[in-house]
Design a protein around this ligand. Sequence first.
Ligand code: BEZ
Length: 211
Amino acid sequence: MSIRIGDTAPDFTAQTTEGTITFHEWLGDSWGVLFSHPKDFTPVCTTELGEAARLKPEFDKRNVKIIGLSVDPSDSHHKWAEDIAETQGHALNFPVIADADKKVSDLYEMIHPNASDTFTVRSVFVIGPDKKVKLTLTYPASTGRNFAEILRVIDSLQLTAKYSVATPVNWKDGDDVIIVPAVSDEAAKEKFPGGWKTIKPYLRVVPQPGK
Ligand code: BEZ
């Protein structure tokens, strides 16, 4: 059965470019992003890993650990890392799982047999500090992901976790947010003493808390 939002992220022990890790222990109290790549030495993956390395400080700021995965062995990952640094201008600064036996890919159902029997699709799992899955994304091998969008979703998830707000269409950090329906007007008065705008009883807009 596929992994769904709210499920506990399966734990595993795996070889990575930074040694052996046990996933839950490695995550500790952090948020996590686990993302798969179809194969080493492929063009789209090379650009994605360079971009993830460039954005690593942004993930760090949000207390998010990132980890990639590809179904090739560690020595191949290390050779590929040289190309990533050379062509993308950013060296790998996070672990990449060497999933040659496809143990983790199978656990997270990253191989979609009608797409390919051997390579993973581009999966993304965002995992909260409670080890629950907060977001899943599945992209085809031919489409590189938008890591700025992954950061945007993490900003939204972290706001929800802290302030009981949701984020509207195309929201970005600093825009107004929505008070979740589960919060009554009474409770909202305490949470948002600066007030809010009621457009409809179910659509209450408030400046982004903490800004
Ligand atoms: C790539 O990463 O460039 C790629 C991998 C598999 C199929 C197509 C593209």
